[in-house]
Design a protein around this ligand. Structure first.
Ligand code: NAD
Length: 499
């Protein structure tokens, strides 16, 4: 049995409390590794090492820090297949998606390679007589990241890519369900020349999260996960005087206007609703056809497309998607399908009870399509996070704008149309943080910033891009006056000359 260790300086012990968690192989349902579930004891060790290392790292000139990021990027790229295999074996996403997970994280590392430019401050000459004002960005000290299971490479890199490049030390608490890739990334950062103590990984669950939130030497916490926990992390972290950004859950809508190219929409939905078994915070689990005619035409095209999806083990290169992460998550998804049915939804394609031949104990869920879902249903308001697509029929454009706008989550939304005016109007009015126009998964590129609205994000700054730089730095503003010294020689400022 594989044993995963903390990646902390001065000890990789198995957890002082001795608690251990199981890491499954979702393809077979078997436990493939154990991970220590640590707490304050391990965190204190990591924080002490971070504290010792951070001042020198922050004082290293930004170009040299950027060179470490360049080398880290090279190493991750050189090992992308190994990382993707490891990631896929613990998460269950197919290899192409696993490679994408690493690649999207690398995009942020590329952004971080430009940190000397991104950290430049501002300058005003002559703000008053003989007065200049300048501001500089400085690191916070020690930052921490708490990440979800669904992107075990990308989301840690969203956070530490920027956090360490600006000069912080960073302690990562990855999901205990797929913790191996984060450890490999920290090892590669060391190999790339990152100083000891600048990037460490501690494993655990709520106990470790609470230790992070309460630790007086941790200045900032970035969290990504489900909304109730995001809100908890935000409140407790802020109460402890920390800077906190906490991204939560989602229920993204795809609006289909009557003039949309339906073949393209169905193709996009196959990927956006079912890819990665729907375990993406930017998945599109709700489709909103506008008008009954659009709804009927869309439904007729969706059914055969969904029935044609191939579910396989995560190493099957022909599989559209693999198993979900745990047996408990599979049960939860199937429960939501049952709930939707009980609430009056029509189960058009039913993925419950799906079993893959030869992998009967794997955590597979078949693709599911539910029609006639309404805003009264609990299954509409909650995140299912599985391969389940709900159809909510809207009578017109106005109703279609209101649906995502009034939903408790506001992460992403998409509109499919050939009408530029409708698209523009929609983008301007919809109450959601990330909008796609004929783009089903509008994840912003790394040099823009990622973040939703409402219960999809708590705190002020988004992830990566310039918002990431703002989150992981504090600004110091200097107002300076250099008088010329006057004429009596008592306070003379002499311009130094040679010789
Ligand atoms: P989760 O909330 O269960 O776990 C996230 C992190 O919180 C993990 O590190 C976990 O160990 C920790 N945690 C779990 N229970 C805790 C508790 N009671 N107290 C303190 N910490 C606790 O989320 P998950 O199931 O790993 O990930 C899926 C969720 O993440 C979905 O809701 C998804 O929408 C969301 N997500 C959001 C974004 C975004 O950017 N908005 C991105 C990816 C995933």
């Amino acid at each position: 049995m594989r044993h995963i260790e903390h990646f902390i300086v001065g000890g990789t012990g198995s957890g002082a409390g001795g608690r251990m968690g199981d890491v499954f192989d979702p393809n077979s349902g078997a436990v493939q590794a154990h991970v220590p579930l640590g707490g304050k004891v391990e965190l204190d060790v990591a924080v002490a090492a971070a504290k010792a290392a951070q001042p020198a790292w922050a004082a290293t000139n930004p170009q040299r820090r950027a060179r470490v990021m360049f080398e880290f990027k090279r190493l991750v790229e050189a090992n992308i297949d190994e990382l993707a295999r490891l990631l896929s074996s613990e998460h269950g996403k197919v290899l192409a998606d696993a490679r994408g997970d690493v690649q999207r994280g690398l995009d942020v590392i590329e952004f971080a390679c430009g940190i000397p430019h991104a950290m430049k401050g501002e300058y005003t000459e002559g703000a008053g007589p003989g007065i200049d004002v300048y501001s500089m960005r400085t690191a916070l000290g020690i930052g921490a990241g708490i990440t979800p299971f669904n992107f075990p490479a990308m989301i840690p890199m969203w956070m530490f890519g920027v956090a360490v490049a600006v000069g912080n030390a960073f302690i990562l608490k990855p999901s205990e369900r797929d913790p191996s890739v984060p450890v490999r990334l920290a090892e590669m950062f060391r190999e790339a020349g990152g100083p000891e103590g600048i990037l460490q990984v501690v494993h655990g669950d709520k106990e470790m999260v609470d230790a992070i939130l309460d630790h007086p030497d941790i200045a900032a916490v970035s969290f990504v996960g489900s909304s109730d926990i995001a809100h908890y992390v935000y409140s407790r972290g802020v109460a402890a005087g920390k800077r906190v950004q906490a991204m939560g859950g989602a229920k993204n809508h795809g609006i289909v206007m009557p003039d949309a190219d339906l073949d393209q929409v169905v193709n996009d939905l196959a990927g956006a609703a079912f890819g990665s078994a729907g375990e993406r915070c930017m998945a599109l689990p709700v489709v909103v056809p506008v008008g009954e005619d659009t709804a009927e035409r869309l439904r007729a095209k969706l059914i055969p497309a969904i029935n044609a999806l191939r579910i396989g083990v995560s190493t099957d290169n022909d599989a559209h998607y693999g198993p979900v992460v745990t047996a408990a998550h599979k049960a939860k998804i199937e429960e939501w399908i049952g709930k939707a049915e009980a609430e009056g939804g029509e189960i058009v394609v039913d993925g419950r009870g799906f079993s893959l031949q030869g992998h009967e104990n794997g955590f597979f869920v078949g693709p599911t399509l539910i029609d006639h879902v309404t805003t009264e249903m609990e299954s509409y308001h909650n995140e299912i996070f599985g391969p389940v697509l709900q159809i909510v029929r809207a009578k017109d454009f106005e109703e279609a704008v209101l649906l995502p706008s009034k939903h408790q989550y506001g992460n992403g939304v998409a509109i499919f149309t050939r009408n530029g005016h409708a698209a523009r109007e929609f983008a301007a009015r919809v109450e959601v943080g990330m909008v796609g126009i004929n783009v089903p998964i509008p994840v912003p590129v790394a040099y823009h910033s990622f973040g939703g609205w409402k219960r999809s994000a708590f705190g002020d700054h988004n992830q990566h891009g310039m918002d990431g730089v703002r989150f992981w730095t504090k600004v110091k503003t200097v107002t300076q006056r250099w008088p010329d010294g006057g004429g009596d020689g008592s306070n003379a400022f002499v311009i130094p000359t040679m010789g």
